[in-house]
Design a protein around this ligand. Structure first.
Ligand SMILES: [Zn+2]
Length: 394
């Protein structure tokens, strides 16, 4: 970014420091068990999870498919047990291009499961992985605790192992031995990376192009969200290559710690709260690297009209749809709430959640042509926001 002529700064932010440990699961007793055998359960600790005792814990498994089944259980049914939330990812929803919606349906159990489990006396919570592919891959992700109930260990099991536990518990009692040894260390110093490519007429007015720099530890974070960081950097790179220098500043931001609670974005909101009026637009790309079909926008309905000429340009790559949405990105949510027009590329979400938060989030999943199309969407939009005579409606 410095080589391109951008002014690069690091914005310090405190972030959680959670370290994954050992993680194993074995079914040690079930109906029809051959003596002396156990059955491995493939699982991974949820981000932020507390640990089991070092030697693990052994308890009966109770399976529920949703909140309603949990509420319908008799009092005490989960006390001292391991509770599995077996919500199935809606693959048909994802296959029709609504991957985000399918994810939303399951992620609530990953987030709130440990609180709900602890409230009814569970000793640990498992969630069926929130993901679309059955390759026996566990999908991690952040979980939540409350000070009102005990913090209990939490892990995601694969879809296959969730099915196994559901089938076995339907036949009789099932005992699982679970070991999770993550550690939560004191918060650490980290940074948002900010690069300003100064505007020629209104350098004080900024257009944010962004992705998040952190990723889950299981994979390399190529699609979540290396891709978003790269296409955002490309906005400055491509404008420079094209010899276009907009009136307003294009501000690239690589947000820190989106996955563990958006602490980097929260710090930006504190540091820049006097300056929101000068934020003329904000874009975040955080839905992978697959083919873009248009733009999500959050803000005044008039934004739709303002975006028409942008869509016309992007029609050449099949990215001309304009979808009003209440949210456009986790990290720019605070800017959206403060009236900054916000945007995100609409991306093909059919496959993203197959790899999301797994060991398979690696660079080979990125198609260079699709990545280039996303860079085009972000760059054309950033240019419009940064150079239009009439700023985007707010
Ligand atoms: Zn992400």
């Amino acid at each position: 970014m410095r080589a391109l002529g951008a002014e690069v700064t690091l914005e310090k932010a405190k972030v959680p420091h959670w370290v994954r440990g050992q993680e194993t699961g074995d079914v040690v007793a079930w109906t029809g068990q051959t003596p002396g055998t156990t059955q491995k359960v493939v699982l991974t600790a949820l981000g932020g999870s507390v640990a089991t005792p070092a030697e693990g814990l052994t308890a009966d498994v109770v399976v529920v498919d949703d909140w309603a089944q949990l509420s319908a259980l008799p009092a005490g049914a989960v006390k001292g047990k391991i509770l599995l939330f077996n919500h199935k990812f809606d693959k048909e929803l994802a296959a029709t291009g609504n991957g985000g919606m399918a994810y939303g349906g399951g992620v609530v159990y990953r987030g709130a499961g440990p609180i709900a489990g602890a409230a009814v006396g569970a000793v640990a919570v498992l969630v069926r992985s929130v993901g679309g592919a059955d390759y026996r891959l566990p999908h991690t992700g952040l979980t939540e605790y409350s000070d009102k109930v005990t913090k209990i260990p939490a892990a995601a099991v694969t879809a296959e192992d969730a099915d196994l536990l559901k089938n076995l518990t339907a036949q009789g009692p099932v005992k699982l031995h679970l070991t999770l040894t993550p550690q939560t260390l004191p918060d650490a110093d980290s940074f948002n990376v900010i690069a300003d490519w100064k505007g020629t007429e209104h350098p004080e007015q900024v257009v944010v192009v962004s992705g998040h720099l952190d990723s889950w530890d299981l994979g390399t974070g190529a699609i979540d969200d290396g891709a978003g960081v790269v296409v955002s950097m490309q906005a400055i790179h491509l404008l420079k290559e094209l010899g276009i220098h907009p009136r307003r500043t294009v501000r690239f931001i690589a947000w820190m710690s989106e996955e563990e609670g958006s602490q980097g974005a929260a710090q930006y909101m504190v540091d820049h709260k006097a300056d929101f009026a000068n934020h003329m637009g904000a874009i975040e790309s955080d839905l992978g690297a697959d083919h873009p079909t248009g733009i999500y926008y959050a803000g005044k309905p008039a934004l739709g009209q303002w975006l028409r000429p942008v869509a016309q340009v992007l029609d050449a790559i099949g990215a001309a749809t304009l979808d009003a949405s209440p949210e456009t990105g986790e990290d720019i949510g605070g800017l959206t709430e403060n009236g900054v027009p916000s945007f995100a590329p609409v991306q093909d979400s059919r496959f993203y959640f197959n790899y999301h938060h797994t060991a398979a989030d690696t660079f080979d999943k990125v198609d260079p042509r699709h990545l280039g199309e996303n860079a085009a969407v972000v760059t054309v939009l950033a240019y419009a926001l940064a150079d239009s005579a009439e700023p985007a409606a707010r």
